[in-house]
Ligand binder design. Structure first.
Ligand code: SIN
Length: 485
């Protein structure tokens, strides 16, 4: 990892504008998943540091909430500019700790920054309203107010963008935040802290509590009454647990949880466009995103043609260490992730599926896995229900539109779904029937700061991005004024 600004590599927690050690000065190692090399030793905080961060965020909230939306927008804009100025260093840090190809890391810094830019603007438009009154002497008003201290828990797969798409709307709304960055990838968050400080964001508005053990910090975040909102991105089981813990103090919650995205290719699809879409969606971040294609459903009439092209495109992907060249695929985050992928493939093969390309650990060793296509997958296999989080495309066959929709909806998840068709009536029918929060129609990538990202069913609650993203950090207050004669 080569940084032109070494000051971006921080290894301490950031609380009240101070870089601090954990309670006991213990640290935990952050490793490069491509090589296993230790790249940093980060402060290991517990409950007490979490409490201190919440208290400082609460005190700071009392003044931060009084700043104007325009002042907050200026500070967020400064932060965005600094992120772009340091894009290369932030990308180097990200690839070093997360493993994604360097081009994807550069893209993620731009994507993460775009949320900051968007909410800097959107914060100025947190409008209330005046309701035409039902009585002549009354006036009815609705205003929006910041929720208060927000606790944010983010995942390792997008170490930058998952922070910014929570922190930026919170700050724009007038909230302060305590964040628990992921244990595996805390360095990108801490670098954002350095830039936030340089941008002029006051001490205590953003706080980072780094830890190797999520439970004590999570318990404090979910039980402390000073915290008014929890936003979490991660697995569905953990999300459920956190939601339960927040019930004690009735916090507002936003949850971005797991997915099981179907990618449906109908007989009337543009097959080359569908191949382009599936490659982008399936293999983004080496298959480690919540919106990655999890199940490819292909109609009978185009199955063989589609399969041939998918296998060729997958076999051509270049795999390697993102810090050593321009690759399409990096390592998986750890060996447990590789084992999980291996387990899903052997379950399918035992039940009759065929590996068309890939299917085993890459010769690069460690955490690298070959990009894989599996054919003849059926609903009886684990691929139908489990989130893969790896570079494997399991392909199912279907005959009718009705069957495809039923297969697509046969999951407790409801995050993203994709389908390819050139028939307008079918496009509307299928779009309306898919039980998902986000639908890609003839598109494999749908994420943008401009649109509401989020799921239904057990994929979550709330939305990030778009105009909806700001509302998650605001309370609605209704005031009724009488005696106006
Ligand atoms: C995620 O995997 O949670 C986020 C992906 C995205 O923002 O596109």
């Amino acid at each position: 990892m080569k940084l032109s600004n070494e000051a971006l590599l921080k290894q301490q927690a950031w609380i009240g504008g101070q870089w601090v050690d954990g309670e006991s000065s213990n640290t935990f190692a952050v490793t490069n998943p491509a090589t296993g090399a230790v790249i940093a030793n980060v402060a290991d905080c517990g409950e007490q540091r979490a409490r201190e961060a919440i208290e400082v965020a609460h005190e700071t909230f009392l003044s931060w909430r009084k700043t104007s939306a325009k002042q907050r927008a200026t500070l967020l804009r400064n932060w965005f500019n600094l992120m772009l100025e340091h894009q290369e260093d932030l990308a180097q840090l990200m690839t070093a700790e997360q493993g994604k190809p360097i081009a994807e890391s550069r893209g993620e810094v731009a994507y993460g920054g775009a949320y900051v830019e968007w909410f800097a603007e959107e914060g100025k438009r947190a409008y209330g309203r005046v309701i035409p009154s039902h009585l002549p002497d009354r006036r009815l008003m609705v205003t929006k107010e910041p929720v208060g201290v927000c606790a944010l828990i983010t995942p390792w797969n997008f170490p930058n963008a998952m922070i910014t798409r929570k922190v930026a709307p919170a700050l724009a709304a007038g909230c302060t935040v305590v964040c628990k960055p992921p244990q595996l990838t805390p360095l990108s968050s801490l670098a954002l802290g350095v830039l936030a400080e340089e941008a002029g964001i006051p001490a205590g508005v953003i706080n980072f509590v780094t830890t190797s053990s999520s439970r004590p910090v999570g318990n404090e975040f979910t039980s402390n009454p000073l915290v008014k909102k929890l936003s979490f991105t991660g697995s569905t089981p953990v999300g459920k647990k956190l939601m339960e813990q927040c019930a004690g103090t009735v916090k507002k919650v936003s949850l971005e949880l797991g997915g099981n995205a179907p990618f449906i290719v109908f007989d009337d699809a543009d097959i080359d466009a569908a191949i382009k879409g599936v490659m982008l969606s399936k293999y983004r971040n080496t298959g480690q995103t919540c919106v990655c294609v999890n199940r490819v459903l292909v109609q009978d009439g185009v199955y063989d043609q589609f399969m041939e092209k998918l296998v060729a495109a997958t076999a051509a992907l270049k795999v390697g260490n993102g810090l050593e060249g321009d690759f399409d695929q990096g390592p998986l985050i750890d060996e447990a992730a590789v084992e999980c992928v291996e387990g899903l493939i052997s379950d399918a093969v035992e039940k009759g599926a065929q590996v068309m390309t890939g299917g085993k650990r890459h010769t690069l060793g460690q955490t690298f896995f070959e990009p894989t296509v599996v054919s003849g997958v059926t609903p009886a296999m684990k691929f139908a229900k489990e989130e893969i989080f790896g570079p494997v495309a399991p392909v199912f066959r279907f005959e009718t539109e009705q069957q495809a929709v039923a297969m697509a909806n046969d999951t407790e998840y409801g995050l993203a779904a994709y389908f390819y068709s050139q028939n307008n009536a079918r496009i509307w029918r299928v779009m309306e029937q898919l039980e998902y929060g986000m639908i890609g129609i003839n598109e494999g990538i749908l994420s943008t700061e401009l649109a509401p990202f989020g799921g239904i069913k057990e994929s979550g609650i709330g939305r990030e991005g778009g105009i909806e993203g700001l509302d998650e950090y605001m309370e609605t207050k209704y005031a009724c004024m009488g005696g106006i004669n």
